[in-house]
Design a protein around this ligand. Structure first.
Ligand code: S3P
Length: 448
């Protein structure tokens, strides 16, 4: 984050072509790091996310006693080269009390998912994060973990910091979360690794399934007794260390895929990206809007699908509008900021509904999107749980505000490429939360 200026100038794109390799997937990296810390032995993780959020997870598991080796030391024995990392855990009961409060930084995934593990420990701990994280709702994990027997104190409104009191043991529960959240599902299943009896999560809508895939990879048996129900029994054996490779992050690739769908003559190849069906709804949306999206190859790594994609604008030159709601909105939640930008280029625009969760992300993303679209001269209508972005509308260059939110910074950097006139984005450094290489990659694709 250090070498990014406090204001990033951006010009309209004269071209947009080339090959992109997105950073390792953020969601998968968090899960591999936490499970490797619980395994008995040394796991290697290649292509671990370079984002600051996953670094927060590494620091937390290191403070809990896992041994972390980064770069050359890990490379020597990792199965794959770049971005290699090795994590040595001492078994499910091998964590120790951290010397200080754990710092999850900006990362909701770190605090929520790690809470499932902290809740079960025989030692006290505290976890907090930056100002944005301290505003985010935690009751969604406090409720099920308390039902399992955990003792967790939170600040007013159920917000961080969270303080964990040691308990004699947790018990398995059947839990139906109110909000469809992979982070909540993961917190409960991770706590279930330490609980007596079976833990079942019954999801209101299917969410990303990286936790289920990773748990199986580490040797934990899961059952799926009904649609959207996941059942876990604590394993009798220790979790086995693994050799892992993280596929590229589709939510990072999304910014460039949407740019390629919008910019005339664009031609993009995205190399080595996750094609997990619960993360690839964007590809369906882009295709139905008319963009030319191709899957070049597809393979399986550690139970996860990955491959390469091509992206070009519609043959007709004009994207078609669409609607996004219900289960599709859950599947696309991290891609809504860039889709709202894409909407301005589509005949009929995009109507977004059932996305109230956006209001409690790293920023109030509905408000942040609307404010930045208006700065660029575009019309839009906000709703408590949605947004209408009419299209096509032309954008003009403007002074934009990331609101300290990585996905807003990147979405509006792409908007600036399609605008008439120059733009600048304030506080662009937050892009490093998930994608530190974003601005240099953008400059390479646009030839700037
Ligand atoms: C994530 C789940 C989603 C997503 C977040 C990462 C995960 O959050 O928005 O960026 O890795 O499980 P919710 O679980 O709050 O929906």
């Amino acid at each position: 984050m250090t070498d990014t200026p406090s204001v990033q100038p951006l010009r309209p794109a004269r071209q947009f072509s080339g090959v992109v390799r997105p950073p390792g997937d953020k969601s998968i990296s968090h899960r591999y790091a936490m499970l490797a810390a619980l395994a008995d032995g040394r796991s290697t993780i290649a292509n671990f996310s370079t984002g600051a959020d996953c670094h927060s997870t590494l620091q937390c598991v290191a403070a809990l006693g896992a041994r972390i080796e980064i770069g050359a030391a890990a490379d020597a024995t990792a199965a794959n080269g770049d971005g290699a990392l090795a994590i040595t855990g001492h078994g499910r009961h091998g964590l120790h009390a951290p010397a200080a409060e754990l710092d999850a930084g900006n990362s909701g995934s770190t605090i929520r998912m790690l809470s499932g593990i902290l809740a079960a420990q025989p030692f006290a701990s505290r976890i907090s994060g930056d100002a944005s994280l301290r505003r985010r709702p935690m009751r969604r994990i406090l409720e099920p973990l308390s039902q399992m027997g955990a003792q967790i104190a939170a600040a007013d409104g159920g917000r961080p910091p969270l303080a964990f009191t040691p308990v004699a043991g947790l018990r398995g529960i059947t839990y139906q979360p109110q909000v469809a959240s992979a982070q909540v599902k993961t917190a409960v299943l991770f706590a279930g690794l330490f609980a007596a009896g079976e833990t079942i999560v019954a999801e209101p809508q299917p969410t990303r399934d990286h936790t289920e895939i990773a748990l199986r990879q580490f040797g934990v048996a899961l059952d799926f007794p009904a649609r959207n129900r996941i059942a876990l029994r604590p394993p009798s054996a220790e979790l086995a260390p693994q050799q892992l490779h993280v596929p590229g992050d589709p939510s990072s690739a999304a910014f460039f895929l949407c740019a390629a769908a919008m910019l005339p003559e664009a031609d993009l190849l995205v190399d080595q990206v996750s094609l997990n069906p619960r993360r690839s709804a964007l590809l369906d949306v882009l295709r139905r809007m008319g963009a030319r999206i191709g899957v070049v190859n597809i393979e399986e790594q550690n139970g996860e699908l990955a491959g390469s994609l091509t992206a070009r604008p519609p043959e007709s030159g004009r994207l078609q509008g669409t609607q996004i709601a219900a289960a599709e909105a859950v599947a696309l939640i991290d891609e809504i900021p860039i889709l709202a930008v894409l909407a301005t280029a589509a005949a009929g625009g995009i109507r977004f509904r059932d996305v109230a969760e956006l209001r409690v992300k790293e920023s109030d993303r509905i408000a942040a999107i609307a404010a930045n679209l208006r700065r660029m001269g575009a019309e839009c209508t906000e709703y408590p749980d949605g947004l209408d972005v009419p299209g096509p509308q032309s954008l003009h260059g403007a002074a934009l505000d990331s609101c300290g939110d990585h996905r807003i910074a990147m979405a509006f950097s792409i908007a600036a490429l399609t605008a008439a006139g120059d733009s600048e984005i304030h506080d662009p450094g937050c892009a490093a939360i998930s994608f530190p290489e974003f601005f240099p990659t953008l400059a390479r694709l646009t030839g700037d």
